[in-house]
Each structure stands twice: as structure tokens, then as C-alpha cells.
Ligand binder design. Structure first.
Ligand SMILES: Nc1ncnc2c1ncn2[C@@H]1O[C@H](COP(=O)(O)OP(=O)(O)OP(=O)(O)O)[C@@H](O)[C@H]1O
Length: 629
């Protein structure tokens, strides 16, 4: 027998389960049944594609089913399946550690407030370990398909577990797992056949495999008194592939329960789209949008949530081929009538049928979202609060749907509270407005106060505020919304939109000063020019049209890119500003030199970039201050 300790994260999770989840102890059964269903799916797939497993059917591999056996007196319940099973190594790896890296993120977010944490854990899904809410001891007997030995895993859910080989009556005669639960005081309420039937119907009715309950059934006599008991086995779920039923037969509750059973979430989904296609290819899709974006959505190893079925037989999940990466938050099922049952991941990558289903599914999801955006603005706002950013990722990769994505994405703006759409911004355009403008950066308040916005404020022109870290990269590739140009306000040519007839004359007037400033700043700037876009500020930094901005370069470096060229920005000077007018009137070399650097450094500061040489910056500032006081 080997005694082992739980991985630290498992102990933390167990602590949490016991302390935060007590309001929903019944979900332990849904979690165990869902594990059994996954194990049955995995084995069924192997028996279809692998001869080794095919030959074991009926001889080591039994037909797929899940059995619940209740002993009311002993207060025990077993949950057994004829699925893939686990050997000794699997038991250690799966029931002693947590493989998903999302778990660490999850644990780090916990606040210690039981109520909040229980909401978080509800989105996260605790899986097998939830059984320790209701048990003081759990034994798992498991035999892996294709192997002979059964192993027994035992734990009290506190510090660790023990593993030994199971022999005699404990050994399983075929592949699969049996989880034996010894209920604790809290769990004793589930040692009741009515209760169990109710929970199975509620959470697992549409699991594709039959679930049987074996229990002591009471016989009632005419006086409504219990006369005898007999041991019976009855099927307690519908065992239908729920997505195959017609929409008219299904109630909203059915959809919600199925969602919970496949995701482990206990919050209702935001919405779902159920489609049966009968064109060139025949398939059914059922997609769900979770109410909350998963916490690990932005982690590299995030797994998608779509299960692929072929003629109701599970084939695989979390495959990157099923939906594009940016829709990785969508959960649900694709069931095709046309794919071969033994289709492999490699084949799927270039499969015509799947590609066509994928393209149609993306269109479907986006068009349904568009409907919601027009028909139910409040609900759509909930969606945007969670998923605006992944949609933006789509702009980067999904060119075919770019126009639709541009309609779906929402923006902060200088003109309205909350979020707005490009279409609304288009309708608000001023008659003389040449483009839809936006500003990118990391801090909303910094952006709202940027000198680059002055001319827009003065003219009452809207500017969209893009403060997501991916905005600059994404939107620098999006040049149009329909026929209308999309322009970043910090690009050098954007300022030209506001040049009026007096511009050439003004430029001529301050030309000598511009030259002096350029001579002072030397290589630090590409050009010094007169600005048409400033009202209250004396200077601003802009980038060339095709050049990444200073912030973008910072990001490129942060992402490990080594040879990021040094930014050489263009400095724009406001010819109407008092400082500039005074400099024109008093073009003393020493004054112009201090002013040139201060104008440059302050413009950088407003972009969130500190002066290269803070000591000299402060010296200059103090010199100028002492002159003026
Ligand atoms: N009945 C079973 N048969 C075979 N393997 C199982 C069974 N139950 C659990 N496992 C294995 O243990 C792993 C951990 O299960 P657990 O329920 O904790 O997490 P999960 O199912 O992977 O994810 P989730 O947190 O979404 O439930 C499973 O991924 C599976 O490999």
C-alpha cells in the first residue's frame, strides 16, 4: 500500500470546497456522473478507432452504462461506470493533483469571503473533489481498459490518499471505475432513493448514457403501509442526446440543465443557439455563451469548450479545429451526420465537412449575437462586459467576418457614457467630419485628458477611447468601417484633417522657431512641425502613419522582441499657444533650448513615457520656474 499526500493546490481546493460550497452539496452527484460520462465517451471512441479495444468488447469492456447503488442502512452510495478506467499512475495523477494551470489563477483570486468565493468556484467547476462535501471517506476502484489489475484509491479528503491493488471481491471484472461514497452527516440526506432520482433528473437527465439506480423499493399495501421491500434497478434518466431533440420539445430549463451538466457551471448561461442544418451537410449545433468569461480565458493553455460528436457518438473535445480561437469562450456541441466515426485530429484539420460546419457555425453565432444586440440591449451589454476583448481578437484573425465583428464590438467614447457602437458613432458624425477617430493607450483617464483630443473637443467631434492592451495592434490593421475611414488620432497625418486656410501662413511664421527646436532636439525627434490639432496644449507627440507608436514598441519589447527600433517621434507645436508666441517674441538661444526640451518631455509624459534624463528635466524646469517667479 502506498500513502501519498495531496498536491498543495488540491488541499487548498478541498479546504475551500468544505467551507464555501456547503450551499450546494448535491452537485457532487452531477460531477461524478459527468466524470463517468466522459470516461464512457473516451472508451467508446477508442473501441471505434483502435482494433486493440474493439476486440475487447464483451470481454473486458462492457456496454456503456452508469450505475448508482444505494445502501440506505450503511449510508453509502456507489457511482460505477463501464468507461475507460484508471490504472495506478492515472489515479495518482488525476485524483491527487490538479493539472489545469487555471486552478492557480483561480485560487489566487479567492477573497476569503465565503459567498463571493462560492460564486467563483461555481464558475470554475470543482470536479471529483466536490464529493468530500458529503463524504468522510471515499474509495475508488478502477480498472483501465486493456489492463487486468484493479486499483483501489482511498481518502478521507483531508491530507492525502492511499493506493493499493484491489483483489478478491474488490477487483473489477471489466474496465471502468466505481466510486464508493461513505456519507458524512451532511451527506446522509442523499442516502435516499427519491432524493437521488430527483438530483439525476435535475442535472443529468440528458447525459447520453443510461443511468440506473439500484435501491430497496418499498411495496405499499392497501392501508398505505409499507409491507415489504425489494431490491430493484431502474433507469432514472432520459439518456437522450438532448441536442437532437427538436426546439419545440425543449424547455428553457432543459437547455440550462444540459449546459450545467456539460460545463460544471451552476450559473445559467447568458444565451444559447440551437441549430439543425440540412443543406449540403447535415449537422446539429448547440452553442452556449457562459454568463461569465472563464478566469483562464487569456491563458495560453486555455481549452475550448466544444464537444464534437458524429451521429451522437462523442469524438473529441477542446479541439482547436472546431471554432476559431477568438470564440474559445463558447461552450456546447457539434454533432455531424457526415463525418466518419473514426475521424482523427489530424484528418479534422483539413476536413471539408468540418470546415464547412465551422464556417457556418461562426456566421451563425455572430448573426445571433447581432440579433441580440438590436433586440435586447441590456442583455447584450452583459455579453460585451465579458467578451468584447475576444471579439477584438477576431478582427485580427477572421477577415471574412470583419465587418460583422466591427458591428458587434463596443467602444468607450468621448461623447457617450458606457459603450457605443461604430454604427452609432457614424450616425453622430459632424457634417464636416472626415473619419471616425479613436485614441489608443493603457489608461482611460490618461486618454481622456490627452492633448490630442483638444481639437476634437473644440469641434464637438467624437473620439473612441480604446484602452485594451490589444487595441493598438488590432485597430492599426482596421482602416475602414464600411466606407468610412477609421483613424488613430496620434498618427501624423490625422492632424491634417483639421488644417484650415490659415495653416500655411502660420507655419511660415513659426518656421525659424521650428528649425531652432529641431536643431536643439537633434536626433530625438524626426521632425518638428506646426500642429493644427492642439487647442490648449503647446505640444504633442505623434507617430508616422506606418510606424508602431511608442506604446506599441514598449509592448513589443515586453513580449520579448529584441530589435525593436528606437521610437523617433514627430513633435507638433501649437502656433497659437501663449508659450510659443512668447518664444517667437523672445527667441534667445538659452530660453529656446530649455523650452524645446520641456515641450518635448511634457509631450512624452502625457503619452505615459517618462523623460529619458529626469535630473536634467527637473533642472530645466526649475530654471524656467525661477525665471518666471
Ligand atoms: N469515472 C472516471 N473514470 C475515469 N477517469 C476519471 C473518472 N473520474 C475522474 N477521472 C479522471 O480524473 C480527472 C479529474 O477529474 P475531475 O472531476 O476532478 O476534473 P475534470 O473532470 O477533469 O474537470 P472538471 O473540473 O471540469 O470536472 C478526470 O479528468 C479524469 O481523467
Amino acid at each position: 500500500m502506498s500513502k501519498q499526500e495531496f498536491q498543495t493546490e488540491v488541499s487548498q481546493l478541498l479546504q475551500l470546497i468544505v467551507h464555501s460550497l456547503y450551499s450546494h452539496p448535491e452537485i457532487f452527484l452531477r460531477e461524478l456522473i459527468s466524470n463517468s460520462s466522459d470516461a464512457l465517451d473516451k472508451l467508446r471512441h477508442l473501441t471505434l478507432v483502435d482494433d486493440k479495444y474493439k476486440s475487447l468488447v464483451g470481454n473486458g469492456i462492457e456496454s456503456p452504462r452508469i450505475d448508482l447503488e444505494l445502501d440506505e442502512e450503511k449510508k453509502t452510495l456507489t457511482v460505477s461506470d463501464t468507461g475507460i478506467g484508471m490504472n495506478e499512475e492515472d489515479l495518482v495523477a488525476h485524483l491527487g493533483t490538479i493539472a489545469r494551470s487555471g486552478t492557480k489563477t483561480f485560487l489566487a483570486q479567492l477573497s476569503g469571503d465565503a459567498k463571493k468565493d462560492s460564486n467563483l468556484i461555481g464558475q470554475f467547476g470543482v470536479g471529483f473533489y466536490s464529493v468530500f462535501m458529503v463524504a468522510d471517506k471515499v474509495e475508488v476502484f478502477s480498472r483501465k481498459a486493456g489492463e487486468d489489475k484493479t486499483y483501489k484509491w482511498t481518502s478521507d479528503g483531508k491530507t492525502g490518499f492511499e493506493i493499493e491493488e484491489a483483489t478478491g471481491s474488490d477487483a473489477r471484472s471489466s474496465a471502468g471505475s466505481t466510486v464508493l461514497i461513505h456519507f458524512n452527516d451532511e451527506g446522509a440526506q442523499y442516502a435516499n432513493s427519491w432524493r437521488l432520482q430527483e438530483i439525476v433528473k435535475k442535472y443529468s437527465n440528458h447525459i447520453a448514457f443510461p443511468i440506473f439506480l439500484t435501491y430497496d423499493k418499498s411495496e405499499w399495501n392497501a392501508e398505505k403501509k409499507e409491507s415489504s421491500k425489494s431490491r430493484v434497478t431502474e433507469q432514472v434518466n432520459a439518456a437522450s442526446a438532448m441536442w437532437q431533440r427538436s426546439k419545440s420539445e425543449l424547455k428553457s430549463e432543459d437547455y440550462k440543465e444540459f449546459y450545467k451538466s456539460i460545463t460544471g457551471n451552476w450559473e445559467d448561461p447568458l444565451f444559447w443557439f440551437h441549430t439543425r442544418a440540412e443543406g449540403t451537410y447535415e449537422y446539429t449545433t448547440l452553442f452556449y455563451i457562459p454568463a461569465k468569461a472563464p478566469m483562464d480565458l487569456y491563458q495560453a493553455d486555455y481549452k475550448g469548450g466544444i464537444k464534437l460528436y458524429v451521429k451522437r457518438v462523442f469524438i473529441m473535445d477542446d479541439s482547436k479545429e472546431l471554432l476559431p480561437q477568438y470564440l474559445r469562450f463558447v461552450r456546447g456541441v457539434i454533432d455531424s451526420e457526415d463525418l466518419p466515426l473514426n475521424v482523427s485530429r489530424e484528418v479534422l484539420q483539413q476536413n471539408k465537412v468540418l470546415n464547412s460546419i465551422k464556417t457556418a457555425s461562426v456566421k451563425k453565432i455572430l448573426s445571433e449575437l447581432k440579433n441580440i444586440a438590436t433586440e435586447d440591449k441590456d442583455k447584450y451589454a452583459l455579453f460585451i462586459a465579458e467578451y468584447n476583448r475576444p471579439l477584438k481578437e477576431g478582427l485580427y484573425g477572421d477577415f471574412a467576418n470583419r465587418e460583422t465583428l466591427l458591428e458587434l464590438i463596443r467602444f468607450k467614447s468621448t461623447q457617450v457614457e458606457g459603450f457605443t457602437s461604430l454604427e452609432e458613432a457614424r450616425q453622430r458624425m459632424q457634417p464636416e467630419q472626415k473619419a471616425i477617430y479613436y485614441i489608443t493607450g493603457s489608461s482611460e483617464s490618461m486618454l481622456r485628458n490627452s492633448p490630442l483630443l483638444e481639437i476634437y473637443k473644440k469641434k464637438g467631434i467624437e473620439v473612441l477611447i480604446l484602452d485594451d492592451d490589444i487595441d493598438e495592434i488590432v485597430f492599426s490593421n482596421v482602416l475602414k468601417y464600411g466606407e468610412i475611414d477609421l483613424k488613430a488620432v496620434n498618427k501624423s497625418t490625422t492632424g491634417d484633417d483639421f488644417k484650415d486656410d490659415s495653416a500655411p501662413q502660420k507655419t511660415e511664421e513659426i518656421k525659424p522657431l521650428l528649425e531652432k527646436i529641431k536643431a536643439t532636439l537633434g536626433e530625438a525627434v524626426k521632425e518638428v512641425r506646426a500642429s493644427a490639432r492642439l487647442a490648449d496644449s503647446p505640444s504633442v507627440i505623434v507617430s508616422d502613419e506606418d510606424e508602431p507608436s511608442a506604446r506599441m514598441r514598449q509592448m513589443m519589447r515586453a513580449m520579448g522582441q529584441k530589435d525593436v527600433p528606437e521610437p523617433i517621434p514627430t513633435l507638433e507645436i501649437n502656433p497659437d499657444h501663449e508659450i510659443i508666441k512668447k518664444l517667437l517674441a523672445n527667441p534667445e538661444d538659452a530660453t529656446v533650448e530649455d523650452a524645446a526640451w520641456l515641450l518635448f518631455d511634457q509631450a512624452l509624459l502625457l503619452e505615459g513615457i517618462p523623460p529619458k534624463d529626469p535630473a536634467t528635466f527637473v533642472k530645466r524646469l526649475n530654471r524656467v520656474l525661477s525665471h518666471s517667479i
